[in-house]
Design a protein around this ligand. Structure first.
Ligand code: SF4
Length: 379
């Protein structure tokens, strides 16, 4: 049915609409591609989630995380709170500190600027940099920041305190910016700006995580075009360490509360097409967003479960707890794979992240085993 090389846009468009009868063949092709890439191993990153601030200047229609100043639950973490979570995670064998935060809240809110000034910083990115450095210095965890759009200068600064970083492309569809759509009133979700950040990371050789958010109003062709844009970035710079295929989940509190969720079939087709478009790139899908059917994602060609926390909830989808790690291991092994703990930076990118001597390089050497996986094994 398919050759072993990456598929074309035309093939992807056809496969994204595979009938139920054709689906098993599509999944088989995706699994075979995954086996050629990384046979019999599925990875995950044992992490703590550090929501540094939930204030954000954007208003994405699907977001339950963001707050305005004064909203119930609005919070910016103190350095002590950051360190307490990181240390608790360290005791549970975590190796990743995932920093998630709203995009440039200080540009929109004077209250945020006041909080930052009290903490001793002029911008959220300065504070993030300091907190990454704190976690790196004081614990064995490796930071993975996810702060939204970044300039070349900020990518350079954050790369000194984190071996990898991330920005979800989400979609390349400009139509989502229109009034009433998912990215109406979300200036940081302009696709060209997000591609610029991803490209800049590539120019600087920073291992980068990105991906799609599916089911937010984009077409099937839009999903393919977003995957192709990521593939092109990777072709040019070779820095895409992971592509996440994340499915929209509805929640009563969000503006898109009556929006339909993508079906299981859509998710399987999108994951399989992502694998066939990028046979040699790590493809991830979060298990908690497909529970209780998440093992089916293995059938569609993923090779990674992403960050899974034994400690902190998924603050982006708090109603969907991560599966217990023991259950994840058993269900992965029941499918015939071994589950291995990786670092926030993937094994094949560890050497690149260690290129500069210094604290980051020392910590990374201590955290990685000879193959580049996490030295700490899951307990
Ligand atoms: S998804 Fe991110 S950028 Fe959008 S509103 Fe939520 S925190 Fe802000």
């Amino acid at each position: 049915m398919l050759s072993s090389g990456p598929i074309s846009r035309e093939q992807a468009c056809y496969l994204m609409r595979a009938t139920d009868d054709e689906l098993p063949q599509l999944l088989l092709a995706a699994r075979e591609a995954r086996e050629r890439f990384k046979p019999r191993v599925i990875t995950y990153s044992r992490k703590v989630f550090i929501p540094l601030t939930n204030l954000c200047r954007d208003y994405c229609g699907y977001c339950i995380f963001r707050r305005d100043p004064g909203d119930s639950g609005a919070h910016t973490m103190t350095p002590d709170e950051v360190l307490a979570i990181a240390r608790a995670g360290e005791k549970l064998g975590c190796t990743e500190a995932l920093f998630s935060l709203g995009d440039k809240p200080e540009l929109a809110f004077p209250e945020m600027r006041d909080v930052l000034h009290r903490l001793g910083y002029n911008s959220m990115l300065q504070y993030l940099e300091a907190m990454c450095e704190l976690v790196l210095r004081e614990t064995s965890l490796l930071p993975h920041p996810n702060p939204g759009l970044l300039s070349a200068a900020w990518i350079n600064r954050l790369a000194a305190v984190s071996p990898s970083m991330g920005l979800m492309l989400e979609s390349t569809s400009e139509s989502l910016l229109q009034p009433g759509k998912a990215h109406d009133n979300a200036p940081d979700k302009v696709p060209a700006k997000r591609l610029r950040t991803i490209e800049e990371a590539g120019k600087q050789g920073v291992p980068f995580t990105t991906g799609l958010l599916i089911g937010i109003g984009e077409t099937l062709e839009d999903r393919i075009d977003a995957l192709l844009a990521i593939r092109e970035m990777h072709r040019r710079y070779g820095h895409i360490q992971e592509v996440i295929v994340q499915n929209f989940r509805v929640k009563p509190e969000i503006p898109m509360h009556d929006w339909p969720e993508p079906s299981r079939g859509e998710m399987l087709r999108c994951v399989a097409v992502a694998r066939l478009l990028m046979p040699d790139v790590n493809i991830q899908a979060p298990p908690n967003l497909s529970a209780p059917y998440y093992v089916e994602l293995l059938d569609a060609g993923i090779n990674d479960w992403g960050g899974v926390s034994p400690l902190t909830p998924d603050f982006i989808n708090p109603e969907k707890p991560w599966p217990h790690l023991e259950e994840l291991k058993l269900r992965t092994e029941a499918k015939g794979y071994s589950l291995r703990q990786r670092l926030p930076v993937y094994p094949e990118f560890v050497n690149r992240a260690m290129a500069e001597p210094g604290l980051l390089s020392q910590k990374l050497k201590a955290a990685a085993d000879a193959e580049g996986y996490a030295r700490v094994t899951a307990q």
